[in-house]
Design a protein around this ligand. Structure first.
Ligand SMILES: O=C(O)C/C=C/C(=O)C(=O)O
Length: 262
């Protein structure tokens, strides 16, 4: 690690304050160009520790930058992961208050809910499907704390991978009931289709993103607990939203999920 414990705590406070007060900031590697991956995840861990200490509950995890569309949009080449806490979850069909956010974007995703723990190394798609209770459509709302969404990978990892809000809905299905590689999705904004894709856009199969996550956690001696909700990553580029926008995600065979921005 290159950063002192004090620097990690200060950066965690800075980024979390930006999140809670909806203020943007230049990417942290501008001031700390030598920080390494351990520093980046240590800052994310400190943000998680602060939230738990404040009474928030960790309810799941997210894989990010798992599709080529997203990697190209953000100019990066490696998937990353973050955590999800209770207040990120928004009920289906409800409104998200944009004044609590900086510059939100939406992403179409497949969410997995696990019924058994998953631990790497060696976790694979088969293990993920066997440990999956159900899959369900999800709209993730990302809101990078970095000005104009301009960041590098270490900065975005420290910022909990732009995690902000998410909504799940539509129909649940068992992992055996759908072929998630060929499952088509349409993302609509105000009734207009704005992005299209299929599950294979995410590392060839959305379950591969969950396996990757279990393997990355395994390197840290951690696992995905049973009962976790996992967002497997945006299938398409993220789409910016404004107050007044209505967003619907339609997933083949799994119905639709909607959310409104005020
Ligand atoms: O693009 C970002 O701000 C980082 C987050 C990415 C994802 O959440 C994703 O690719 O699904």
């Amino acid at each position: 690690m290159k950063l002192s414990r004090e620097a990690i705590e200060q950066l965690a406070i800075h980024l979390e304050t930006c999140e809670l007060e909806a203020k943007d900031t230049p990417k942290i590697t501008d001031e700390h160009p030598d920080m390494d991956w351990d520093d980046a995840y240590a800052i994310q861990d400190e943000i998680r520790r602060r939230k738990i200490a404040r009474g928030n509950r960790v309810i799941g995890l997210k894989a990010g930058l798992t599709s080529h569309a997203k990697m190209k949009q953000m100019g990066v080449e490696t998937p990353v992961f973050g955590f999800l806490v209770d207040y990120f979850s928004v009920p289906e069909g409800s409104e998200i208050n944009t004044s609590e956010l900086i510059h939100p974007k939406v992403e179409p995703e497949i969410a997995f809910v696990t019924k058994a723990p998953l631990r790497g190394p060696g976790c694979h798609i088969g293990a993920v499907l066997a440990a999956t209770d159900f899959v369900i459509p999800a709209i993730e709302v990302i809101d990078s704390r970095y000005r104009d969404f301009k960041f590098d990978l270490k900065s975005v990892v420290a910022d909990n991978c732009s995690s902000s809000r998410f909504v799940v809905g539509g129909s649940m299905a068992g992992a055996d009931d759908v072929d998630l590689r060929t499952t088509g999705i349409v993302l609509e904004k105000n009734g207009e289709p704005v992005a299209f894709g299929a599950g294979a856009a995410v590392l060839g199969h959305p379950a591969a993103a969950v396996a990757m996550l279990a393997n990355m956690l395994g390197e840290r001696g951690e696992e995905i607990p049973a009962g976790s909700l996992i967002l497997s990553g945006g299938i398409t580029e993220a789409v910016a939203v404004q107050p007044g926008d209505d967003v619907t995600l339609r997933v083949q065979g799994l119905g639709s999920v909607s959310v409104r921005f005020k």
